[in-house]
Design a protein around this ligand. Structure first.
Ligand SMILES: [Zn+2]
Length: 52
């Protein structure tokens, strides 16, 4: 389980790296269009925390 607490307060959870990257990508497109193309997959994973 991965969780990413976005700077806007949104909490995004996913059960795999791939799912997290996809969910965050959708969130960025919806809520942070200025960040589209600026956040790499590695950036997203570095911002995420692992949950049991
Ligand atoms: Zn956000």
């Amino acid at each position: 389980m991965k969780v990413l607490n976005c700077e806007c307060g949104q909490r995004i959870t996913a059960d795999s790296d791939e799912a997290l990257i996809e969910s965050v990508g959708q969130h960025v497109q919806t809520s942070h269009p200025e960040l589209v193309g600026k956040l790499s997959d590695v950036d997203i994973l570095n911002m995420a925390e692992e949950l049991e």
